[in-house]
Design a protein around this ligand. Sequence first.
Ligand SMILES: Cc1cc2nc3c(=O)[nH]c(=O)nc-3n(C[C@H](O)[C@H](O)[C@H](O)COP(=O)(O)O)c2cc1C
Length: 219
Amino acid sequence: MDPDTLDDAARHKMTIGTILPRPIAWTTTQNQAGVVNVAPFSYFMGCHSYLPALALSVGSRRDVPGMPKDTAANILSTGEFVVNLVDEALAEAMNQSAAAFPPDVGEAEAVGIELAPSVKVDVARVAASPISIECRLLHSLTLGEAPLASTLIVGRIVMWHVRADLLDPAYRIDQAAVQPIARMGGPNYVHARDPWTMAIPDWRDVVDRGPSDADTSDT
Ligand SMILES: Cc1cc2nc3c(=O)[nH]c(=O)nc-3n(C[C@H](O)[C@H](O)[C@H](O)COP(=O)(O)O)c2cc1C
């Protein structure tokens, strides 16, 4: 399907319906008055292991065309944010925080989301989140044009908070115990409950196996 033949609504549906599943960055920011904003973003990815860094993309407000959502405005103004992972227990609160609250209403207070202090950034994190990632703004890039512009935010990770039972001394996360949820197309979600293992092979093992099969079928 060629996006050039589709209207904006269909492009949006195709984009969120074809990139699956997407992890959720439940993002805390604050404005200059100190109002704490919490909102989920599934255009979210890790993007550098060694800086280290992550990226999320924040669209524009629907109610005030051309205005960035509060999360992007706050990150651009303070240079700080925290990405909090969402487990099954936090799903309902995460969803409520996605409602279009006005900028002066903090979702944390309105939804009843308990916050905990961060270490290296001023903005708080979600206390009950299994993993929280403190970030400082590294790059921002405007994608598209008003009124449908998005802000791609790249943040340098400056601190990880991992619930004590989830991390072993070799920096391995107990992934099944995190119980993260992920976004699918539309208002749909999946549970990531059954991690399984598949190690990347040595290329020589792949080559040894591949051609021998092919050779047999040729003769
Ligand atoms: C699971 C989920 C994922 C979302 N992902 C995005 C996203 O990637 N980008 C975006 O602009 N909005 C996304 N939204 C919508 C925002 O969360 C919503 O517009 C929110 O009100 C923005 O809040 P803010 O204005 O306080 O930043 C998502 C909503 C949900 C429920």
